[in-house]
Design a protein around this ligand. Sequence first.
Ligand code: ATP
Length: 202
Amino acid sequence: MTLSRRRIGVFGGAFDPPHNGHVALARAAVEQLGLDELRIFPTGQAWHKARTLSDGAHRVAMSKLAFAQVPGVVIDTREVLREGPTYTVDTLRELHQDSPKAQILLIIGADQAETLHTWKNSTEIARLAILSIAARARPVSDAPPADISNLPPGSYEPINLPPIVVSSTEVRTLAGRGYPIEHLVPPAVARYIAEHQLYQRP
Ligand code: ATP
């Protein structure tokens, strides 16, 4: 009897705050990729984000609230706790060491996929994980992006997600101006932002 390999999804982001697009992507990933587990990684200080992120404790707390209803989700805090800038390759190496037999699927939005070739050790990333790319504002094709098209067979699995036009930037801007955000984030996240007065202008 052959046991199928455990499939672990890896979904990283600033999640400052997590919004409905993130949650829809997480759900689609679990369902379409047949994941046994989806690890959500709020990032430490992401090397490619110029802005200083909100406190990691807030982003972890909001991620717990946002993804609570998605089956198989585990909020993994190791990137928030790690010293220095966050590099995806470090996290994938650790996961591979922890679970050498598992298949690791790296889940990213199409905007991130376009810059993947600039990430630290991108070739190693593509070796350690199957890339799973979801549409952001426009549909994603069945082929991997051109810059990573020399991937070996089986190392790319697209996610079909109707484009959901929302970003954390939009949520922060609206919250900062005192406008409603309930249509963009899960209700518990909207309450958390209000209670902690996040994203308020000084
Ligand atoms: P910001 O506006 O602060 O840059 P963001 O909305 O892009 O934030 P991130 O936390 O940076 O959110 O995104 C984490 C991951 O989720 C990335 O891979 C990104 O491509 C993906 N993502 C974010 N928003 C969406 C969306 N609306 N649809 C699909 N994927 C998304």
